[in-house]
Design a binder for this molecule. Structure first.
Ligand SMILES: [Zn+2]
Length: 380
């Protein structure tokens, strides 16, 4: 948990610009006469939230990463949490998505045994529950965890075990999205779609294509997407992060995506922006990660405010809790401090998360009612 001073340091160090004083902070300041940023952070922590775009491997705890590395003889820059975290922080602002993705190698290397995967997965759920995330969708690519003795099926089983345990232990709903990698062969990606379909009744709700964008069109994996759709899974596709709006158009019209991951280049095509708004396509914004991958030059240039002004169903998400040293609370603070966003738009971001969730309609409606009651109680 960050204290008031830590909060200030985090902002100054990572966002590197004069920060805005959001109306929510002013409300907090008047109401409680205390450090307004600290109180605003506490309030955001208490609000019910979703995290729909969160990669399991990029979100494990740093202490767990070190512990598993020691036990599995994986070489790390340091085995001291503060030193390793500092090393990862310094390297965080990358010039490209490809560079950012290279940072995942040690994380994949430590997650090759069922017990380790189950432990790390459970902890990510625990961390999300601790900041009052009511619904979490964790995504991963199973075959990345089969470099030792595991099969992809065993990887999914370990994650499901962890999800179920977390749902019993905390006030959280946890679902899974299986990812194929765009730069992998058709057969490997198709096998992931088949696996997702096989586990549809056990907590896997969606299929995604992740990995590098440039040079790897979504339509190459259309057969896998169709298989997933045919088996009634939801589809979310990474698009418009390092490529232009054409990749988003492809995700929608050739990948038939229900939601788009990132979509930061959407503002470059006004007609497509309208289409996404008109068809209520969920856009999974991940502001801090988008800054780290170079998808946006700075947080103050992130299009999330434009998306909200345009009425898009945009939600706020973490992408990688460890690699981007973030939480949903941190993402909301970053947006509040860098963009001229209204209180109503913060509320809308959270509502959009529940509306876009890959959950049965009735469950979404139930969560929304509970969210509205909590907002009234906490914010008024
Ligand atoms: Zn992602």
């Amino acid at each position: 948990m960050l204290g008031p001073d830590d909060a200030g340091k985090t902002t100054a160090k990572f966002y590197g610009r004069k920060t805005l004083v959001h109306p929510l902070m002013k409300v907090c300041s008047k109401a409680r006469g205390s450090n307004m940023k600290h109180v605003a952070r506490k309030l955001i922590e208490q609000l019910p939230k979703t995290d729909l775009h969160c990669h399991f491997d990029g979100s494990i705890r740093i202490e767990t990463m070190i512990d598993l590395a020691k036990r599995n003889n994986v070489s790390l820059f340091s085995y001291e949490p503060s030193v390793l975290m500092e090393h990862m922080k310094y390297g965080r602002v990358r010039r490209s998505l490809e560079e950012y993705l290279a940072g995942f190698e040690p994380l994949i290397a430590v997650l090759q045994h069922a017990d380790d995967i189950e432990r790390a997965f459970f902890e990510v759920c625990e961390d999300a529950a601790a900041e009052n995330v009511w619904h979490l969708e964790l995504r991963y690519c199973p075959y990345l965890h089969t470099k030792k003795n595991l099969t992809s099926k065993e990887v999914v089983e370990a994650c499901i075990k962890a999800s179920e345990r977390a749902e019993r232990a905390f006030n959280i709903s946890v679902k899974q999205i299986l990812c194929g990698l765009k730069n992998d062969p058709h057969a490997s990606v198709f096998a992931i779609a088949e696996l997702a379909a096989a586990f549809r009744d056990s907590g896997v709700v969606g299929f995604d294509l992740a990995g590098p964008e440039t040079g790897y069109p979504i339509k190459h994996h259309q057969a896998a997407i169709f298989w997933a759709k045919k088996h009634h899974l939801f589809i979310t596709l990474h698009a418009g992060e390092s490529c232009g709006p054409d990749s988003i158009s492809e995700a929608l019209h050739e990948g038939f995506a229900h939601r788009v991951g990132h979509g930061t280049s959407l503002t470059k095509d006004p007609a497509l922006l309208d289409y996404v708004a008109d068809h209520r396509i969920g856009v999974e914004a991940c502001p801090i990660s988008n800054w780290h991958t170079g998808a946006v030059k700075s947080l103050s240039e992130h299009p999330i405010k434009i998306f909200l002004d345009h009425g898009l169903r945009v939600s706020i998400n973490t992408d990688n809790r460890l690699c981007s040293d973030t939480t949903i609370t941190e993402e909301i603070m970053a947006v509040m401090e860098n963009l001229d966003i209204t209180m109503d738009q913060i509320r809308k971001l959270l509502i959009n998360g529940f509306k876009s969730a890959f959950l049965p309609y009735r469950e979404r409606a139930r969560l929304l009612l509970a969210f509205n009651a909590a907002w009234e109680r906490l914010v008024g």
